[in-house]
Design a protein around this ligand. Sequence first.
Ligand code: NAP
Length: 335
Amino acid sequence: MLTGSHTMKAVVMRGYGAPNVLEYVQDAPRPQCAANQVVIAVEAASVNPLDCKTRSGELRLMLRRRFPLVLGNDVSGRVVKVGADVEGFAPGDEVFCMLDANARRACNGFAMSGSYAEYAVTRADTLCRKPQNLSHVEAAAVPLAALTAHQALVDRAKLREGQRILINGASGGVGSFAVQIAKALGAHVTAVCSARNVELVEGLGADRVIDYRETDFCEESRQYDVVYDVVSNRSFGECCGVLGPAGVYVQNVATLSSFAFPLVRPAAKLFGREKRLEHVWVTPSGEELAKVARLIEAGAVRPVVESVYPLDRAAQAHEAVESGGAAGKTVLRVA
Ligand SMILES: NC(=O)c1ccc[n+]([C@@H]2O[C@H](COP(=O)([O-])OP(=O)(O)OC[C@H]3O[C@@H](n4cnc5c(N)ncnc54)[C@H](OP(=O)(O)O)[C@@H]3O)[C@@H](O)[C@H]2O)c1
């Protein structure tokens, strides 16, 4: 039998389904850490569409999960325990990160021990110190979405100063970071969102905003060096006409083309076709998150928090995220 100091409040999932499969419990076992891991007392966690897709079973062929599990990839909180091999972090440090999925398999009887809980465990190299100018609620809104945008723009598109980028889905969790990171890199940004979010996206620095209900950007005559299809409701083929001669189309949600393109690319290059399709699949990295943190501390990037729910209302938070229309991120206040 577990005693109070070994248990925690958490949102546990015992099978795929609607938001009501998210069960709030007070006696979940706390995670332990291995030599290269740390345990974090969670102050806030954020809800990503990935969590909703994992919960519903939409990704079950790709991300085969065992149960019971605790969802949640993003965390902001305080280090409470460090493994024997961990250097650079100590109990009491205020940190934020995207948790390492692999590190979460082994501990405390949960198939995955995510951040919808009072304590979470992660590999130390996923950690970053929390930016001083953010609250824990704001910091929890950053890691997965900002890392996705950073990896898409820097690693995949190799976006440079002076280039022109179009961001489709600019008002959401990932898009709101993509607009700001692209501006920080010195690009000219065209953002695509719905009319109600135009002002928000302009406030994030977009040079030009398109309401997708009024204008189809694929039908315009402008050309871009990069199209970042955050919402991924268009295709490489549809966007080719607006890509410059060596333009890059970056997709957030994989399709068959994401896997087929690398196979046909050598032939396309032989015929002088330089345009390319890239797919981003976010990976946790403390080092890369530190680059985002520097942009936040410099005032170049800020998280957009749409709403905050207490941990025991995680199911309602999922309903809100799934109903769409939110600008920025939905956060769970845990502590
Ligand atoms: N590959 C990866 O590693 C990775 C990582 C993170 C996310 N993702 C995926 O990327 C997608 C976006 O994630 P997110 O966190 O940014 O989601 P989100 O916060 O729900 O944002 C989605 C945005 O899409 C916009 N949108 C809806 N219909 C649109 C349309 N027809 N044209 C243009 N924009 C439209 C909405 O803007 P309006 O409200 O203004 O309509 C909304 O803000 C999700 O499918 C997610 O699973 C993939």
